[in-house]
Write a protein that binds this ligand. Structure first.
Ligand code: KG4
Ligand code: ZN
Length: 334
């Protein structure tokens, strides 16, 4: 089954061709530089950029693979969650393309696709525990099969990536700050006494990061008032450690609770080097196999859309032309 995956839910325009769940090739145009000027993603600009790039990227991908549009069996697209305008551009493009080249059209849940990205480079066996950590989500999932994911816990306020980006903004870093903070933290030394361990004084599987962000802000304000010098790399390393500790402890706790011996991370924050190292160590200790996609498959990409579409198609899911984008689409919530 030859499937074109299209991702345009936020600020990356991405297309990939996937054969039976295996990536053949992918193209991507990032808008990060455009939005960095405004300190965050500007939805109207994002939609326009997707519209500008989709056709050209598609031609480029077909040429690189020496394929004709009529070779495609399925055209799959991210239908949500995400920015409505951005999603609509992708969905309209996918429908028109599928209609024009006689392919099946399929809408994919962006969160589901992120979780399956762990299977792009290594065969992911089920059941497995999934930790999705991105700019908009911090969710723990029971992945019973490739098409059945159930939420076990989630953030009660900010997502982990959002916390990174907000603290980055406080420190005057360019948006999104997560990747820059990862690099900064490597030059610093974490001090566990500096910030609270968010929401770890209970045994449920939820998260909370807004208190940690406030603690960072209070620390900086106090240092300014007392004239105390702030070592930014140390501050960032301490903040990052607090986030990582919360993510690792909850994910491993969930895996143990459900008797799972496989754990996959997904989403932009899953490329964080401290998180990957700490999760690997904790998984080794608990005899859990740890799946961590390469950074290009952690952040928004189209290979994961093609991969999720493969499983959905195999399961028998088919969508009509009336399928719409859903900006607040959920996955596995009761
Ligand atoms: O999955 P993603 O590309 O987009 C969605 O939110 O769906 O995730 C983007 C988020 C941003 O908050 C970004 O700052 C964060 O992932 N991020 C990181 C790192 N790379 C990206 N956060 C921490 N460390 C990183 N290395
Ligand atoms: Zn995403």
């Amino acid at each position: 089954m030859l499937c074109l995956g299209i991702e345009s839910s936020c600020d990356e325009t991405a297309l990939a061709v996937v054969r039976d769940g295996v990536l053949l090739d992918a193209v991507l145009a990032s808008q990060a530089d455009i939005h960095a000027l405004f300190g965050g993603v500007v939805p109207e600009l994002a939609s326009r950029e997707h519209y500008r790039y989709l056709g050209t990227l598609f031609d480029q991908l077909m040429q690189r693979l020496d394929l004709r549009p009529s070779d495609l069996d399925v055209v799959a697209v991210s239908r949500g969650p995400g920015l409505l305008g951005s999603l609509l551009v992708g969905v309209a493009f996918a429908k028109a393309l599928a209609l024009g080249c006689g392919a099946r059209f399929l809408g994919v849940n962006h969160l589901h696709a992120h979780l399956l990205a762990a299977g792009l480079e290594n065969e992911l066996r089920f059941p497995a525990l999934g930790l999705l950590v991105s700019g908009g989500h911090t969710h723990i999932y029971r992945m019973e099969s490739p098409s059945r994911c159930i939420v076990l816990g989630k953030t009660l306020d900010d997502a982990a990536g959002e916390a990174f980006d907000k603290v980055g903004k406080i420190l005057g870093l360019a948006y999104p700050g997560g990747k820059l903070m990862d690099a900064l933290a490597r030059q610093g030394r974490a001090d566990a006494r500096l910030f609270p361990r968010p929401y770890l004084d209970n045994d449920n599987l939820d998260f909370s990061f807004s208190g940690l962000k406030s603690a960072v802000l209070n620390y900086i304000n106090k240092a300014h008032m007392t004239g105390e010098e702030i070592r930014v790399p140390d501050l960032v390393a301490s903040f990052q450690n607090a986030v990582v500790e919360a993510l690792v402890s909850r994910a491993v706790l969930a895996a143990k609770e459900y008797g799972y011996d496989k754990l996959a991370i997904a989403g932009g924050v899953a490329s964080n080097s401290a998180l990957r190292a700490a999760m690997q160590e904790a998984c080794d200790k608990a005899h859990i196999r740890f799946y961590h996609p390469s950074p290009i498959f952690c952040t928004d990409n189209a290979a994961m859309i093609g991969c999720a579409a493969y499983y959905e198609y195999k399961k028998g899911t088919r969508h009509g032309w009336d399928l719409n984008a859903i900006p607040n689409l959920k996955l596995g919530e009761r």
